[in-house]
Design a protein around this ligand. Sequence first.
Ligand SMILES: Nc1ncnc2c1ncn2[C@@H]1O[C@H](COP(=O)(O)OP(=O)(O)OP(=O)(O)O)[C@@H](O)[C@H]1O
Ligand SMILES: [Mg+2]
Length: 223
Amino acid sequence: MAEPLVKATALARAYQRGAVSVTALAPVSFRIERGDRVGLIGPSGSGKTTLLNLVAGLDQPSSGWIAWPALGESAVPRPRFIGAAFQARSLIPTLSCGENVELPLALLDEAADAPRRALEALEAFGVADLADKLPGEVSGGQAQRVALARAIITGPSLLLADEPTGQLDSLSGASTLDSLGDWLDRTGAALLLATHDPTVSGRMKAIWRLDHGVVQIAKRKTS
Ligand SMILES: Nc1ncnc2c1ncn2[C@@H]1O[C@H](COP(=O)(O)OP(=O)(O)OP(=O)(O)O)[C@@H](O)[C@H]1O
Ligand SMILES: [Mg+2]
């Protein structure tokens, strides 16, 4: 059997508030395999972003283990293998949208055909016409699509998306999800996506429901 992209065992995260320890994520064990499409749902403060940050390798667990067996040699995965579109605005305001999308390639020393690849990634989300605009000149929903383009440009095996359609109306949200689905079909990458929107989570193959940091993992569909 192929190695999983992510393997977590009793993964947990608590934050210290003065003398009090607040559980953001109760111990959870899971695997993420190629082609998985997981919707993370749960009320505000239930731990969705906490879990995504741990899977991204951007945060350390307070206890438990996480490993990325199929994602390269390093103990912590590199940007080539995991793409992330964050919940908060994360585009660099002084770079154009196109330059923002090119940035991961520059960091990976693949700048040569970066402008062409950036346009392709923007095109995949229907926002190629924004390449020369600054992030401050585009709408919140357009910025989210640019951030998705930036997240996929390195061809990651795992895409993490935190409320990627949170600022889109239902029609634009559906078209963004269609674009995302096309990209996943083409590449075979896995997706872990946090959302408050049942129509978005309904398109995932599995749902992980969070409540006060407790994750209930329920595979709903087999195909
Ligand atoms: N840096 C931090 N310091 C202290 N507590 C934090 C920190 N980040 C998150 N928390 C707490 O951890 C819990 C989970 O937060 P998290 O951001 O993961 O929730 P969420 O499900 O993503 O919420 P939302 O839907 O509003 O984005 C919350 O109680 C939050 O207050
Ligand atoms: Mg969040």
